[in-house]
Every structure is written in C-alpha cells, then in structure tokens.
Design a protein around this ligand. Structure first.
Ligand code: GLV
Ligand code: MN
Ligand code: MN
Length: 422
C-alpha cells in the first residue's frame, strides 16, 4: 500500500494559526477554558476538522469532537487539548489536536478507509488552572467529576463550568464520543529536557505522573505596617513563604522521586503598607509513585500545621484533587514504538511528569502517548519551542500508530460516558 505522509507545511500553518488565538500582551498565549479565545480556537479547529472530512461538534462537557466513520463500530481516538496555562506556549495541547486532524486529513485525501471510526478529540480543560481541577473535561466525560462537583467549580470571574457549558457560545452542533473505543493516542511535546539531552526527537510514553493539588487559605491579621511591632504580627504571607520553602525542602528530600510547587499565590489586601491578612494559594505535588505522593502529602500537611502555630495563623486546607499515577497500555506503547521505528527513529520510552488526558482515559480504554522533543526542555512558558521537523516526525508517528492499531484485533473496551441519557 502507498505510504501516506503528513504535510509539514499544513501542520505548521495550523499550529501557528491556533498560536495566534489568545495572544497575551504580557507574553505567550492565555487561552483559559471557555473564555472567548478558547471558543475561537474551538471554532477554528472545527473548521480544520471539516476540511479534513470530519463531522465536527461539541459535547455537553465542552469537548470538540471530529468524527469519520469506519467499517467497525469501535473507534480509535486521537487528540489533546485546546486550553493553555496563562502565558503558555503554542504547542502544549494544540500540537496533538492539529496532528490528529492532519492524520484524518491525509487519510481522507488519499481515500484510505480504516476499519475503525476515527475520532479526533480536543479536550476543553486539561490544564486545570481556571477551575482548580486538572484534566477536568476528560474526567467529566468519564464521570469522575459528578454533575454537582461541576456545578460548584468556579473560575476567577466567578462563573461556573455549568454556566459556560449552558451558554454554548461556540455555536457548533452537538456531538458525542462513542463508547466503544479500541485505543486513545495523544501526541504531545515532552515539556522536559530528556529527549534533547539524549539527542533524540521522539519517544513512546510509558506512564503518567500522579498529581495532588489543594487550595489553602492562610489567615492572619491585617494591620498597619509601621505601627505594628515585628513580634506582634500575624502575617499570612510570612506563613505562605515558610510553606513555599517547606514544599521545596520536602520534595527535594525525595531525591528525584517527587516534585512540589506553589505556583498560585494571592495576597490580601495586597497593599504596600498593610501587613498581609490573608493568602490564598495552591499546593501541587507530583510523583510517578503513589506511595511517595501520599508520604509527601502527609509531610507537607504536618509541616503546614507547625508553620501556622509558629506564626499565629489559621491555615484551612481545601479538598485535595487527586490524579493517581497511571501506567499506559503496553499494546498501544508497542504500536507507538513500532511506528517510531517505521519512521526511521530508534525506539525509546519515557515516563511523563506532566499530566495528560491520556492518563484519565487509560483507566478505561487502552491509551498511549507520543512525545516529541522540547527545545531547552521548556514548556508552560512563552519560550516553549519544538523544531518543525520534530513536529512532522511526531505527526507521522501518530499516523503510523493509528494505522498499526487499526490492524490490531478489537479490544472490546468501553468508556463509561457520563452524558445525560437521551
Ligand atoms: C499539564 O500540563 C500539567 O501537567 O499540569
Ligand atoms: Mn498539555
Ligand atoms: Mn500543559
């Protein structure tokens, strides 16, 4: 059979087109889920899907779905997400969506049928910054976040997920992910330095890290910054600063088995001459090992309790949002490794320290991922880069993976979809 090849020029044009939506004057891209820039990216991606011969629509959780029928009922899913972190880069998420559309496009243009239906996914909220819940849209899809939890989640503007979803600002038809899924495959940038350090372009992903996130409110006493003596203060920001250092120290003590970050801090009242009375922050801990993650959580909470006592503060912890570590499916990994070799690259597998929708789906259906190199290991930054030839390689590996999986025997697995019954 003739070799089908992805088109590098179209991949680049489409990634750059999406990369122009949500430009932040402060740098990079800010495309928070359901915000106008996200809706625009969704509409633009839907147009690309239609150009690729896919039926495009949006499901009740805000996920964009492009579908092409196959001979079997079972589907192969491929994609990633369209949201970004504040001031993020143009590849995180968009690469996997554009590359999956490209695979559909070249199959369509070559008139090449598949056994499976091909479903391109663009998840709405993977980053979890806006509503505090990582991989929110894929977790909602499989019922891991119930309707009542979704109704409670609010972003910085005070709007709930439900309000955004009800508004259906995208104007696209309704669509649903099919339940019968033989595999989900996601192409993504590595977002770390390993491939570049090894002088490699592409790898299969073997596992996805566990992530714990909790909001914390620290309350002290706002008071005059001149007239209040140093010993007489209850400075919430001093407690927060100690907590930042404690998270760093305790994660470092795990010697490469864990990382910990406090990346969101809001100080009130936030005035030069007022002692901070309240700090809202989020603690995030990661490890590929469930036990390490649990131990670290306990150690951080213990230390936080001591810090609060030391500075005369109240520290209230919200519910920990937990994404457990997950191994990815060995058969999908084998297909990815086979595809990497077909594309003339040496086989390699790596773990992922970033969270991905593939981790959620892999709890129900066989899922796998392809990583391509990140220049300087940088991501979640306006300086995120991946060389265009690596983009092409990644997309071609995705296509070969889908073709290999299309030939594999059916896996008979179902997604526990949380759609309302019709
Ligand atoms: C997503 O990029 C995450 O790992 O937080
Ligand atoms: Mn991502
Ligand atoms: Mn990301």
């Amino acid at each position: 059979m003739a070799i089908i090849e992805v088109l590098p020029r179209r991949l680049r044009e489409r990634i750059e087109q999406l990369g122009a939506i949500g430009r932040d004057p402060a740098g990079g891209l800010t495309r928070l889920p359901f915000a106008p820039a996200h809706v625009e990216a969704l509409q633009r991606s839907a147009q690309m899907m239609r150009e690729a011969g896919l039926d495009a629509g949006v499901d009740e959780f805000g996920n964009l779905i492009g579908r092409r029928a196959g001979r079997r009922d079972a589907a192969l899913l491929a994609g990633s997400h369209l949201d970004t972190v504040p001031q993020g880069g143009i590849f995180d998420g968009a690469l996997g969506v554009v590359a999956a559309i490209e695979c559909a496009q070249v199959l369509h243009d070559a008139g090449r049928p598949l056994q499976h239906s091909l479903v391109v996914m663009a998840f709405a909220d993977e980053e979890g910054h806006a509503f505090g819940v990582g991989t929110m849209s894929s977790r909602a899809l499989v019922g891991e976040l119930g309707r009542s939890r979704l109704a409670q989640l609010r972003d910085g503007t005070g709007r709930s997920v439900d309000e955004y979803l009800r508004a259906r600002a995208h104007g696209l038809p309704a669509a649903r992910v099919p339940a019968e899924v033989d595999a989900y495959v996601e192409l993504h940038i590595e977002q770390g330095p390993v491939l570049e350090q090894m002088g490699r372009t592409v790898a299969a992903v073997e596992s996805i890290t566990g992530i714990l996130r909790a909001p914390v409110v620290i309350e002290g006493r706002a008071a005059h910054a001149g007239t209040t003596s140093m010993p007489g203060r209850a400075d919430a920001l001093v407690g927060a600063a100690d907590l930042v250092l404690a998270v760093r120290e305790l994660a470092l003590a795990e010697r490469g088995r864990a990382v910990g970050t406090i990346g969101r801090v809001h100080v009130q009242p936030g005035a030069t001459n007022v002692i901070p009375g309240r700090v809202d922050l989020t603690v995030e801990l990661r490890s590929p090992e469930a036990k390490v993650l649990e131990t670290l959580r306990g150690a951080v909470e213990d230390r936080a309790h001591k810090i609060a006592g030391l500075h005369g503060l109240k520290m209230a912890w919200g519910t920990w949002d937990h994404s457990p570590p997950v191994p990815l499916d060995p058969r999908v990994r084998e297909a990815v490794v086979g595809a990497i070799e077909r594309c003339g690259h040496p086989p390699l597998t790596l773990p992922s320290w970033a969270g991905h929708d593939a981790g959620v789906l892999s709890r129900y259906v066989p899922a796998g991922m392809i990583f391509v190199v990140s220049t300087g290991g940088l991501s979640h930054s306006p300086d995120e880069r991946t060389p265009w030839d690596a983009v092409e390689t990644g997309a071609q590996v995705l296509l070969e993976t889908l073709l290999l999986l299309d030939e594999a025997p059916g896996m008979n697995r179902r997604l526990p979809l949380a759609y309302t019954t019709r």
